[in-house]
Design a protein around this ligand. Structure first.
Ligand code: PMP
Length: 294
């Protein structure tokens, strides 16, 4: 793996309409997106040269910007094309794509009505490192003291940079105590999600997952729900209180980066990754690497 800084790599980044050398994809320090978090982004995976569910990611990017009150200049088709241009320019077969849109430096203050909206797409090689067997060990989560805020506190359905401040705080704290990630409760004290992934539990063969009313309804989450239903597994979306975790047998996270990642413990609650985790890891792998129709 390339361990150099993300600012100092070979390759190309798509910036406001054209591919530029990676090291030249820079912005000024007086950028509204940097000072006031007027920035929205996506995280996409490339499998065998294809971006999984690209259209859904592009639609969410446009919607995230709209929720923050700005309009991305490019159409969905142009954004899709920019993603593929970036993937091809960097010769990526299995990797990650990061589109990002932000308010520029034309105005410096809370109000930025006439700032330019910028769009960039970066992509880098990022294979799935874990074999299904290694994944089945499960990761360990700590319950974060930070809570997902209410939808009338911050626009929770936007994949906006500002929402990630508490995710980084939660994850850093968990990592410093030897955990892999953090579970965040919401403002009501209900189970919400991890710092960059949604969460599912298994109880007697039935999947339970929190209703996404104050956090992202992830694209992977929706995919896994469909895969589970296709297997005849019942899926219940509902409010889940933390104490209920004592009664669940399996637990896993879903996300573009996390894919399907089993969890072995959350604080003092223990889970044993089993049949349902294994089946959905396999189904998800088959789904993202589906052979194109001949
Ligand atoms: N929640 C958060 C906070 C995330 O960052 C992500 C990753 N985008 C998800 C959930 C899962 O979303 P998706 O499956 O669309 O990647």
């Amino acid at each position: 793996m390339d361990t150099s800084s993300f600012a100092d790599r070979d390759g190309f980044i798509w910036l406001n309409g054209k591919l530029v050398p990676w090291r030249d994809a820079n912005i000024h320090v007086l950028t509204h997106g940097l000072h006031y978090a007027s920035s929205v982004f996506e995280g996409e995976r490339v499998y065998d040269g294809e971006i999984f569910k690209l259209q859904e990611h592009t639609d969410r990017l446009i919607e995230s910007a709209r929720i923050l009150g700005f309009k991305i200049e490019q159409s969905a088709d142009e954004i899709n094309e920019a993603c593929y241009q970036t993937v091809r320019a960097n010769n990526i077969v299995d990797g990650y794509v990061r589109p990002i849109a932000w308010r520029g430096s034309e105005m410096m203050g809370v109000s930025a009505q006439s700032s330019r909206i910028n769009l960039a797409v970066a992509a880098w090689v990022w294979p799935s490192y874990f074999s299904p067997e290694a994944r089945m060990k499960g990761i360990r989560l700590k319950i974060s003291p930070w809570r997902r805020p209410a939808p009338d506190t911050i626009p929770t359905q936007s994949k906006a940079a500002g929402l990630y401040m508490i995710c980084t705080l939660s994850k850093h704290q968990a990592e410093s105590e030897g955990y892999d990630d953090a579970l965040m409760l919401d403002y009501r004290g209900q189970v919400a999600e991890a710092t960059g992934a949604n969460i599912f539990f298994v109880s007697n063969g039935v999947l339970h997952t929190p209703t996404p009313d104050c956090f992202l309804d992830g694209i992977t989450r929706r995919t896994v729900i469909d895969l589970a239903k296709a297997r005849g597994i019942e899926v219940v979306q509902r409010a889940i209180m933390p104490e209920e975790m004592a009664g669940f047998q399996e637990c896993f996270l879903t996300g573009t980066a996390a894919e399907v990642t089993p969890v072995s413990s959350i604080g003092d609650y223990k889970f044993t990754p089993g049949e349902v985790c294994a089946a959905l890891i396999k189904d998800y792998e088959n789904c993202v690497r589906r052979k194109k129709a001949a």
